[in-house]
Design a protein around this ligand. Structure first.
Ligand SMILES: *[C@@H]1O[C@H](CO)[C@@H](O)[C@H](O)[C@H]1NC(C)=O
Ligand SMILES: *[C@@H]1O[C@H](CO)[C@@H](O)[C@H](O)[C@H]1NC(C)=O
Ligand SMILES: *[C@@H]1O[C@H](CO)[C@@H](O)[C@H](O)[C@H]1NC(C)=O
Ligand SMILES: *[C@@H]1O[C@H](CO)[C@@H](O)[C@H](O)[C@H]1NC(C)=O
Ligand SMILES: *[C@@H]1O[C@H](CO)[C@@H](O)[C@H](O)[C@H]1NC(C)=O
Length: 398
């Protein structure tokens, strides 16, 4: 009791002037920016990098797996349970209270369906997406929009600087060893035998995602396939031919390739706001208008990377994960209110590697991680809320 009183007093003392009583806050609006769940590797062309047999995936490349569908359903159920606790919806959302909007990729559409079916059972929620599935929805397409030479030069310089700062020698050496590249087709036919000996370069083509080539590109595709087969629950002997097992240090080392790939391509002070521009604009309109009550946007790691950088959050870590933007992970923007004020809270909610691999059903007893994200431009209360009016004024949106 004394502890509770002390906490309340502290909250009032250090709160936002009037003080926030977290017990009396009402959840008013939620926008979730989500990455799709577990998918098959993006490319079916990994065979040439190792002469050993690659694990068989029963579906073609880049699609949500059956397990990915189930895991996304678990996220949906967990969020629905949280909504129920907060009395956020009373039965099914009304049509004007919800938007579920996915990129055109089958894996994002399927993830959105999995989430919506589980979160809003028997509510017949429609997943909105562009009709032409052959093209990325421009809102989810992470490209440079600013066509000036000056912008492109700035962005290229930053990418180049980041690429030069990256030292992946150890990771490349380990990857070359795991693949036994010396005996691969890519060595015999193209003389690509050692990732350490090769140099990566940045690639920026108009209308295309900023990218890299060379070892950072190759090793990223391969480590991605290891990560997905681990999440999928394949026997450890089928994940990187048993070379990683559950060695956390080794996973850290190899997945640094995926982290740096994202870092070089999308973690750009000079370009994040531009790359995520259409998405940020869409989000801003929802925050500004206050409708709909609930929005789920389903895209890719690059989308989360761009938006997260555009908000310039204080540094944060994601316990229990080795991906920089975990599969099925969600940045959840929440508008809360009391009698006087409206507040913002942002959390990164994501399943851990262990929860994914074990296919754990999420619940209050086995929750996903919830990491508070703090925009540098917002005056935060000790419990992680910032005034909504300050949030809307962040230069992220200007
Ligand atoms: C592929 O299908 C086989 C046979 O149905 C099954 O044993 C195996 O687990 C499946 N693999 C994956 C990755 O789904
Ligand atoms: C579900 O929603 C769609 C689109 O809004 C509508 O066409 C369809 O009739 C609905 N189905 C049921 C069973 O309510
Ligand atoms: C495009 O980038 C240039 C160089 O950074 C900048 O001066 C200009 O304002 C940008 N244009 C738009 C429309 O953002
Ligand atoms: C785990 O991986 C690291 C990095 O590759 C390696 O140095 C270490 O020996 C491994 N540990 C075990 C127990 O295999
Ligand atoms: C993004 O870039 C900043 C500045 O270079 C760096 O401190 C940060 O660790 C990077 N974030 C990620 C996720 O790589």
């Amino acid at each position: 009791m004394a502890a509770v009183l002390t906490l309340t007093v502290l909250l009032c003392l250090f709160g936002l002037g009037k003080g926030i009583d977290v017990q009396r806050l009402n959840l008013e609006q939620v926008l979730i920016l989500s990455r799709h769940n577990v998918r098959t590797p993006l490319t079916g062309e990994l065979e040439m990098y190792a002469s050993k047999p690659w694990p068989k995936w029963n579906v073609s490349s880049g699609l949500l797996t059956r397990k990915g569908y189930q895991l996304e359903g678990y996220m949906g159920e967990y969020i629905a349970d949280w909504f129920a606790t907060e009395n956020f919806f009373n039965g099914c959302p009304k049509e004007d209270e919800i938007i579920v909007y996915s990129n055109t990729k089958p894996r994002t559409i399927a993830s959105a369906k999995a989430f919506a079916e589980s979160a809003f059972k028997n509510c017949n929620i429609t997943v909105k997406h562009h009709e032409n599935l052959a093209a990325m929805d421009p809102m989810f397409l992470p490209i440079f929009h600013n066509k000036t030479a000056a912008f492109k030069q700035q962005a290229r310089e930053e990418m180049t600087r980041k690429l030069n700062e990256v030292d992946l020698t150890e990771a490349y050496r380990e990857m070359t060893r795991i693949l036994n590249m010396q005996s691969s087709d890519v060595c015999k036919k193209l003389a690509i035998c050692d990732l350490v000996a090769l140099k990566s370069d940045i690639v920026t083509e108009d209308g295309e995602e900023p990218n890299v080539n060379g070892p950072l590109f190759i090793a990223n595709a391969i480590v991605d396939s290891f990560i997905m087969s681990y999440y999928e629950g394949m026997p450890l002997s089928d994940v990187a031919w048993g070379e990683i097992q559950d060695n956390a240090t080794k996973w850290e080392l190899l997945t640094s390739i995926a982290r740096e790939n994202q870092n070089v391509r999308f973690n750009l002070t000079s370009a994040s706001k531009d790359v995520a521009g259409p998405l940020l604009k869409y989000m801003y309109n929802i925050f500004k208008s206050g409708t709909p009550k609930f929005t789920l946007l389903v895209g890719h790691d690059s989308n989360l990377n761009g938006v997260i950088n555009a908000f310039d959050f204080q540094p944060f870590v994601l316990p229990g994960q080795f991906e920089p933007f975990p599969i099925g992970g969600k940045v959840i923007f929440q508008k809360w209110s009391d009698a006087n004020e409206k507040y913002l809270k942002i959390e990164y909610v994501y399943p851990t590697v262990k929860q994914l691999r074990n296919g754990e059903k999420l619940s209050r007893l086995d929750p996903p991680q919830r990491v508070l994200l703090i925009p540098k431009g917002c005056k935060m209360s000790p419990v992680g809320f910032c005034p909504w009016s300050e949030f809307l004024k962040l230069n992220t949106f200007s």
